[in-house]
Design a protein around this ligand. Structure first.
Ligand code: SAM
Ligand code: SF4
Length: 335
């Protein structure tokens, strides 16, 4: 599948649900989300069909996300179905990790190859605050169970936010003793029309990846250890991150600047929301419905929607500093 700008599109991110067992302050409104009637959400059989047709058109990698994908009933069977779809080479998951102790082994068995776990702070009280009540011990247990289940790579994603004043050094050092790939993601002030997300964090809360790396390297100097060195290609599914490593470390440290346009040229992905809208670009509210075609149309009708989505994909997203090119919260798009 090639888009209108000649880019090869082989990666599809599918949101299984808008719902979540946490309420991160930058992602979800405090009161939770308006419950969408079940019949407006893509059925698992419809997702399987979409994947089969997309794979025939050249999609090779699927990432399941949300909301929290592990709160969707039937997720293990869905992974098994996707993993056995001809043409699909890789199935991965983005999760807050809370339910991984329960599901990790079954997911591995079903064919899931790798997981990204979101963890923004290593401090229990701050985790409770950011997630509005989450228990960090469950998230940490999720990381452990992923390593035990044999997922590789296991990535830990932390969104950097200035006022949280996170301990970037402690995060980065998680990569030394264990095969963990820690990634810092610049906060995206998306989600409502005033230009700041629902939590009131605006662009002033963004900490650039350069600053994070600088702070880690200054601390390394103070501790008398070697700092971060460029790490070649990075772990599998490296995508838009830039990777570094401490000499001798088992894992890596990656940096993702979602608002910078440098990766638009290499963009290889489309997103599908839980209600069956294809979003050609994360930073645009333009979307195209595929649910109707999946529910009532032929395979050709689904193919036609995918082909139209390819034509809609912009060459690059809007002004990165205006930041809220999308007014949708991340729980709806899947990050
Ligand atoms: N619930 C799963 C999780 O938390 O990993 C999957 C969905 S969540 C929307 C996917 C990712 O988006 C998470 O890593 C989360 O931290 C990130 N995210 C949500 N809102 C964001 C924002 N405003 N800026 C940057 N990242 C954001
Ligand atoms: Fe839930 Fe993930 Fe959003 Fe946090 S970031 S509220 S865990 S969907």
């Amino acid at each position: 599948m090639r888009d209108g700008h000649g880019r090869r599109i082989d990666y599809m991110r599918i949101s299984l649900t808008d719902r979540c067992n946490l309420r991160c302050i930058y992602c979800m409104p405090a009161e939770g989300i308006v419950q969408v009637p079940h019949d407006r959400i893509l059925r698992l059989s419809e997702i399987e069909r979409l994947v089969r047709i997309a794979a025939q058109m050249g999609v090779e990698r699927i990432r399941l996300t949300g909301g929290e994908p592990l709160v969707r009933r039937g997720v293990v069977d869905l992974v098994a179905a996707i993993a056995s779809t001809p043409g699909i080479k890789d199935v991965s998951l983005t999760t807050n990790g809370i339910l991984l102790p329960r599901y990790a082994a079954d997911l591995k068995q079903a064919g899931l190859r790798r997981v990204n776990i979101s963890l923004d702070t290593l401090d229990a009280a701050q985790y409770r605050q950011v997630t509005r009540g989450g228990d960090i011990t469950s998230a940490l247990a999720g990381i452990e169970s992923s390593l035990e289940a044999g997922f590789s790579p296991v990535k830990v994603n932390a969104v950097a936010v200035r006022s949280l004043d996170q301990d970037f050094w402690a995060f980065a050092r998680l990569s030394v003793e264990r095969p963990l790939h820690v990634r810092f993601i610049e906060y995206m002030p998306v989600g409502d029309s005033s230009g700041v997300c629902g939590c009131g964090w605006g662009p002033e809360e963004v900490v650039s990846c350069e600053e994070i790396r600088d702070r880690i390297n200054r601390r390394a100097l103070a501790e008398g250890v070697e700092g971060l060195l460029p790490a070649g290609g990075g772990p599998e599914g490296a995508g838009p991150a830039r990777y570094y490593e401490f000499p001798g470390a088992q894992g890596t440290v990656g940096f993702i600047s979602p608002l910078s346009r440098h990766f638009c040229g290499e963009c290889n992905r489309i997103r599908v929301t839980s209600m069956g809208k294809i979003r050609p670009c994360l930073f645009s509210d333009e979307e195209i419905d595929v649910r109707e075609a999946l529910r009532c149309g032929s395979d050709d009708a689904v193919r036609e929607v995918l082909a139209r989505a390819m034509r809609m994909k912009p060459g690059e997203h809007g002004n990165p500093n205006s930041a809220h090119a999308t007014s949708t919260n991340m729980n709806q798009i899947g990050g």
